[in-house]
Design a binder for this molecule. Structure first.
Ligand code: HBI
Length: 96
């Protein structure tokens, strides 16, 4: 089911409020790299994000090497960023 994309103003507010994140894919996604002490911590973080993703029915694209986790958020059903990404950015921010 299609979902509304964020407006330009909403995208700017998202970035302004979350300076650790940056736009990618020509404004259709947002990404952030997280670095932890070791793999165990990184994996623990990924576990918690996975539970969030399931509860929100909104799933990250991510890449992990040892203590580093790169997360890209986008909404496939919107072909770009949506409020679902705003909520996920906020939820992930509360975890770290
Ligand atoms: N995760 N990132 C992302 N984007 C989506 O559009 C999406 C999702 N997880 C589940 C989901 N959509 C469902 O609503 C179905 O479209 C599979």
């Amino acid at each position: 089911m299609p979902i509304a994309q964020l407006t330009e103003e909403e995208r700017e507010a998202l970035l302004h409020n979350n300076p650790e994140w940056s736009l990618s894919r020509e404004g259709k996604a947002i990404e952030r790299t997280f670095t932890f002490g070791d793999f165990s911590e990184a994996w623990g973080f990924m576990n918690r994000v996975a539970l969030l993703a399931e509860s929100q029915d909104h799933h990250p694209e991510w890449f992990n090497v040892y203590n580093r986790v790169e997360i890209t958020l986008t909404t496939h059903d919107a072909d770009g960023l949506s409020q679902r990404d705003v909520v996920m950015v906020r939820s992930i921010g509360e975890l770290v």
